[in-house]
Design a protein. Sequence first.
Lengths: 317, 291
Amino acid sequence: MSRAALFIGLGLVAVAVALPSLAGPFLVFQLTQVLVYAIAILGLNMLTGISGQFSLGHGAFFAIGAYAAAIAIDTCGLGYGWALPLAGIVCFVAGLLFGLPALRLEGIYLALATFVLAVAAPQIFKLSLLEGWTGGVQGVFIAKPEAPFGLPLSGDQWLYFLVLTVGLVLYWTARNLVRSRSGRALLAIRENPVAARAMGIDLSLYKALAFAVSALYTGVAGVLSALTVQFVAPDSFTFVLSIALLVGVVVGGVGWLPGALVGGAFIVFVPNVAEDVSKGLSGAVYGIMLILLIYLMPTGVGGLVGRIAARTSRSRT
Amino acid sequence: MELFLQQALSGVATGGIYALMALALVMIFQAIRHLNFAQGEMAMFSTFIAWQLLAWGLPYWLAFVLAVALSFLGGALIGRLVFLPIRNAPVLSHIAVFVALLLIFNSLAGFIWDFSIKPFPSPFGTAPLFGGLIGAHQAGMLLVILVVVAFLFWFLRFTRIGLALRAAAANPESARLVGIKVDRMMALGWGMASAIGAVAGIMIAPVVFLEPNMMLSILLYGFAGAVLGGLSSPGGAVLGGFIVGVAENLAGTYVPVVGHELKLPIALFLIVAVLVVRPEGLFGRGTVERV
């Protein structure tokens, strides 16, 4: 990483840490949501940008994470500190189990298979058989975590810092993963599957692992989202959520991990802006903004940043 | 046995709806190699145009033809204005734009015609035929499907322009070298897909009633049908649509305990299972890629 990028990164973290004391409670809540979605988008981006697969069904893993946490907290009485890693593991396993057969499909067929996942998830959580755990259509309420150790923070602020910390750890892990041996194997699969196989990379294993890791990230985001809104219900996880995550990846830039933050901000704030422009036509305004963004930056914010960086380094030499 | 027949037949009736949607999806796939997520909303919008024309007092078939023609123009225009500039953008950007179009049409229709549920007339009437086995509208719908499939089959296989359209989608560079106007073909594909969508919407609306969200779940089934049957084969896509309809109904009737609540996921999982075994769809041709 270049020194400039490091400074920008540290500056961003400093701003992120300072924000809650400057912003009002509702803005803190919204910023927490931005971070939550950014984590989910980061997970999806690792799948799409690094291993070249894509998923229209990551909302399902978001839901699985949220429900796993809700059940762990509400039914089993565990603390949220335990629920978080537990839900992550559940999602990893779910991703692996789904990925192993589904990733034999390619392109449109994989899109359909993951789409099925997105459509099926809310209906499965609504099942009357599982009502004892999931609360059926009603959903489950979760108490908001309070700041531990007598820290002078409100619940919202504490949650913001919790999400920020988890997000930073996950981001750091993702970056290192991409640069590891496994990360290079995934890049090789994306660039040329045939050549990758010829070099001895087990395609289906690595693809499924990438899917599982990405499911884990999205699942953790689901847990944090459940804690933030203090409520889990099947209808918050329709396929619209999956599509929103995908839009976030595209806006942020496929394959550019910091873009997740931009994507998260887009899917939290732009619908609100659209609502302000016109109540009746908010969907249309959102759509037009999305189309304009794709026109101006066909490769997302990441592509734009890449081009600017390339230009400045060229002018320097 | 009687229950089975009854359920299977009612599955055929809903399957017809999915088959029509699947046809529109196959058409656009032939032209641009993408699945159009906005197809359902575009069809819904066309149906609203037909409804508006009828409300202004036009006779049914005139409104039908006008709505289909307008949809053709609108579709071609969308292809030209929205998708030509991003032709070389990655697949995911296309998906984002499809989603944007979906939102735009949904919101526009709600804004212009509001979200109340409107009845839509059927040109075939609603009398039961063959001793109550099938309704007149369903029978008419099946007829329309047959006509559209036959036309598409003939168009894509036996006309110069249909061949040019397929060539332009399969290999734009080579197609341009032999003198095919690739951009115009793309617009044509969009127009035709949109027109077929209009036909689908107008046929579907008497069954599910007209409102801006009517197409959301139908589009899902249409996708499933099209992919199951094979995206390169109009006949296969139609059959896929019927299979989805029947599978959905039978799953609801015969799978114990969870069958009724989960009939959509069960039907879809069956389809994915089929695809894992036969990835190019039941009737599609596998694509061969040069390594």
